[in-house]
Design a binder for this molecule. Structure first.
Ligand SMILES: NC(=O)c1ccc[n+]([C@@H]2O[C@H](COP(=O)([O-])OP(=O)(O)OC[C@H]3O[C@@H](n4cnc5c(N)ncnc54)[C@H](O)[C@@H]3O)[C@@H](O)[C@H]2O)c1
Length: 441
């Protein structure tokens, strides 16, 4: 019997999606949504659009689509905007990114040409390999934050949207350790006014979003909103946030395979992962400081899933290496090789080889869509919004944000169960435990 669900405001009117960074991921997402709206393609890879959710007992046969079960914004109600340090409109940026083919871009050319990036908040120190010309000027970082808030207000007015969500689709910034300036909101705001060097552009966007009560998702591994000062602001203003780093490609496969090895108690001597990619993301990651941010995000996954402290005979000291190499001829169609040295019964060694010819942005675009719709849902459910970090969205991230004192959940299948149980909880449906003894009474 369903209990009463949480209070959720209706999804009335239009929803604006603002993206700092209008490169491969952002344009593949925007163009994809428009192609789907015109019934030129299907939203493959999107849990909100294609996925179903089981409710009640298996015998009840209640399996609605996720989008029919919770009140999500409809695709027809999405409006897009963003910032970039290049002037290219969404059409030109999509053509340069080289992800989607002319057969998908040509029919929606006019629509994409209408989406022009606003001038970015950018600091070369954080993304060494890019030089742009569409950049805001301001005396202090606080001035820049205020300009972004003005952009948000103007976008809201011009597009007539009722609600907004911001998703960082900008380049990976140089590695940054949390410092005293990120510890409290007061220290952070002082740092904005005094141009503190450890406040990265992505943090200025996050600050502007939260101050404008706009939920924020972080698609890159940068610290950004995963810092006490910004979490304090999110908590104070009750704005949902989530991150970090979209879980696509190689890490997606890792979080599918590693739980399976652990489930069967198979050991691991080593896991070597290498990638070649030739898009702008690859160019940015060619800089060791940006790569370090990415590397930290990619490496932590296996440790958490395999739990060597619980299973020392199987996983103590396994060797894990991740390499990313910039190789222009491949563009966005990267190739990821994995070699796994595993061992089984009596310690006999085996090997697994994976060669994933994947398309990163094709895997990332549906993640952006789901995050936009779920963050907007969380914002309309006060019980969810007041919690700040939306850990139930870990499913979508390589380095899921979590409350202090917890460890992140990386196992894709636990993440999916957590996500679906959260939706059931929101709607007052019973949690699914998979016990099922009652079928045999
Ligand atoms: N493609 C994937 O599957 C995937 C997966 C996980 C994470 N990511 C992350 O998502 C982000 C976007 O990836 P992409 O493939 O679209 O990269 P991209 O290089 O094509 O696009 C990033 C865009 O951000 C812009 N940018 C950089 N700094 C900015 C700033 N301060 N303000 C506004 N714009 C800024 C760049 O000019 C560029 O156009 C990257 O950080 C990437 O690491 C991508």
């Amino acid at each position: 019997m369903a209990k009463k669900g949480m209070k959720i405001a209706e999804s009335k009117g239009r929803l604006g999606v603002l993206m700092p960074g209008m490169g491969a991921v952002a344009t593949t997402f925007i163009a994809g949504v428009e192609a789907i709206r015109r019934q030129l393609a299907l939203p493959i890879g999107s849990l909100t659009q294609m996925g179903t959710i089981r409710l009640g007992k298996r015998t009840e046969a209640r399996r609605p689509r996720v989008r029919d079960f919770v009140p999500l914004a409809g695709l027809e109600n999405l409006e897009f905007g963003g910032w970039d340090l290049f002037h290219d409109d969404a059409y030109e940026a999509a053509v340069k990114a080289g992800v989607l083919e002319a057969r998908h871009l040509d029919p929606i050319q006019d629509f994409l040409k209408g989406i022009k990036p606003m001038p970015a908040v950018f600091e070369q120190r954080f993304v060494k390999n890019l030089k742009g010309e569409n950049i805001k000027r301001g005396k202090t970082k606080m001035d820049l934050a205020e300009q972004l808030m003005e952009d948000i207000r103007n976008f809201r007015k011009a597009s007539g949207v009722d609600r907004l969500v911001m998703v960082w689709c900008g380049s990976t910034e140089a590695f940054l350790l949390p410092g005293t300036v990120h510890e409290t909101l007061a220290a952070f705001e002082k740092g904005l006014r005094s141009n503190h060097p450890d406040i990265a552009p992505s943090m200025i966007y996050a600050y502007a979003a939260l101050k404008s009560r706009v939920p924020y998702a972080n698609g890159a591994p940068n610290l950004t909103v995963d810092a006490p000062a910004l979490l304090e602001l999110a908590g104070k203003l009750r704005v949902p946030v989530c991150g970090k780093d979209f879980k696509t490609g190689q890490t997606l496969l890792k979080t599918i395979i590693a739980p399976g090895l652990k489930a069967r108690q198979l050991g691991l001597h080593g896991w070597f992962s290498t990638n070649i990619l030739g898009n702008r993301d690859g160019e940015v990651l060619d800089d060791p400081e940006s790569f370090r941010t990415k590397e930290e995000s990619k490496l932590s996954v296996l440790e958490y899933i395999l739990q060597p402290e619980l299973y020392p005979e199987l996983y103590k000291n396994f060797y894990h290496k991740v390499r990313i190499n910039y190789y222009p001829p491949r563009g966005d169609n990267k190739e990821g090789w994995d070699n796994l040295d595993i061992f089984g019964w009596l310690g006999y060694p085996m090997q697994i080889k994976i060669d994933f010819l994947c398309r990163d942005s094709i895997l990332a675009a549906p993640i952006v869509l789901d995050l936009v719709l779920f963050l907007d849902l969380a914002q309309r459910a006060p019980e969810m919004a007041r919690r700040g970090i939306q850990e139930w969205l870990s499913f979508y991230f390589k380095s899921p944000m979590h409350a202090p004192g917890l460890y992140p959940e990386h196992d894709l299948f636990i993440q999916l169960m957590k996500l679906k149980n959260t939706l059931r909880h929101l709607r007052g449906e019973e949690m699914i435990t998979h016990l099922g003894l009652e079928y045999y009474d």
